[in-house]
Design a protein around this ligand. Structure first.
Ligand SMILES: [Zn+2]
Length: 385
């Protein structure tokens, strides 16, 4: 394997970019400088202060007949680090026994730098069969605001296919669940707790909502996807009350719902509205409000899509073993890119081991990095009909 891609990855791991915000911009500067100093046309896109996305493009060769635009994507932010728990420097990029260590080694600075290495390698070629478009995002680990911003700008509208090099341990991801996070709040009327009849207890009302959601009447979790499994819903936090001797005028909980293709935001909100209607029928002073806090759609590419087949065959030819297609329980930026004006197949795949993603002493074997670069190169050079 060439030494440059390893050096690029090491350098990238040495620049902390943990999310919530800590240095994401610095790692974007590094990658931007690397791409532009090698002549790759790259756009610097500020999503919000210190949140940066990059879009780098290479045009197909003049002799290419009806070239396709093949998209590649990865995120530069990582989850945080508790340095005291690590036995190696999380920002050292140390290499030991063929493994490279650091926060983001698995998820997913290796994926990003494999793509950057591919772009640097192919930029001087004049015979490319495809246009190549690299979308590097910020804030994937928190709200996917980077990918959302690029999608809203239309940066994905010209793609014919997209590969996201998240760590998948050699599996090929074709579907993923979405996330809807809502705050459900009840408003009552405060009063002295010695005279509760003078007020309206918002916690009592919220309790009634919770009872409805936990009952069979709220049947959203009956919806299921053959590979992703059922919709799941969990109350993950609860707040309310003004003081020990005050009838509470406000109470709220946060409901986290993992959705599937065919059952998303609209259906979730409809089911909650039905709860609202039922409770209002029982008590016309009942007041419930639903605020959407998080909204990441689910997405799915047809298992038999020709691009997926090409990715699977390419992985198989590199690893010499069959590529298994999987549904991904977590989310990726693919969710946002799937909302582009034009639809295209999305494959989530690399050889990078996902078992140490988000973990202490995160690391991957460098051999997997070399395999992923090979995968990206072959997909970039493939002639798509
Ligand atoms: Zn990731």
């Amino acid at each position: 394997m060439l030494t440059e891609p390893i050096t690029y990855l090491q350098r990238c791991l040495q620049i902390p970019s943990t999310n919530p915000l800590d240095g994401e911009e610095n790692s974007a500067v590094y990658v931007y400088d690397l791409l532009t100093s090698h002549g790759v046309e790259t756009e610097w896109i500020e999503v919000s202060p210190k949140r940066i996305c990059l879009v780098a493009t290479i045009q197909a060769g003049a002799s290419a007949i009806e070239p396709k635009t093949i998209g590649f994507s990865g995120h530069l932010d990582t989850v945080p680090v508790k340095i005291s728990e690590w036995t190696t420097d999380p920002f050292g990029g140390n290499i030991e026994d063929g493994r490279i260590y650091g926060r983001g080694a698995s998820d997913m600075k290796s994926g990003v730098m494999a793509l950057v290495s591919m772009m640097l390698d192919l930029n001087t070629r004049t015979d490319l069969p495809n246009h190549l478009k690299l979308l590097i995002t910020s804030d994937e680990e928190n709200g996917m605001t980077g990918a959302r911003h690029l999608t809203e700008r239309g940066d994905a509208d010209d793609l014919d296919a997209l590969l996201i090099t998240e760590p998948t341990s050699g599996f090929l991801g074709y579907a993923q669940k979405g996330v809807i996070g809502v705050e459900v709040s009840c408003t009552g009327k405060s009063a002295h707790s010695s005279s509760p009849q003078l007020g309206k207890n918002a916690i009592d009302d919220l309790y009634r909502v919770i009872r409805e959601i936990k009952s069979d009447r709220y049947a959203i979790t009956n919806h299921s996807h053959p590979e992703l499994g059922p919709v799941v819903a969990s109350i993950t936090s609860i707040t309310g009350g003004e003081g020990p001797n005050v009838i509470p005028s406000h109470a709220a909980f946060y409901l986290d719902i993992r959705t599937i293709p065919g059952f998303g935001r609209e259906q979730v909100l409809q089911a909650l509205e039905e709860v609202n209607q039922r409770l209002r029928q029982q008590d016309d002073s009942f007041s419930m409000e639903v605020t959407v806090i998080k909204d990441i759609p689910s997405c799915e590419t047809d298992r038999d899509d020709p691009f997926l087949q090409i990715v699977a065959d390419t992985m198989e030819s590199i690893r010499q073993q069959p590529t298994q297609r999987v549904a991904i329980p977590g989310g990726t930026d693919g969710a946002m890119f799937s909302q582009a004006a034009r639809s295209f197949p999305i494959a989530v795949a690399s050889f990078h081991d996902f078992r140490l993603a988000h973990q202490i002493d995160e690391s991957i074997p460098l051999s997997e990095y070399a395999e992923t670069i090979e995968l990206c190169m072959r997909l970039a050079l493939h002639s798509y009909d």
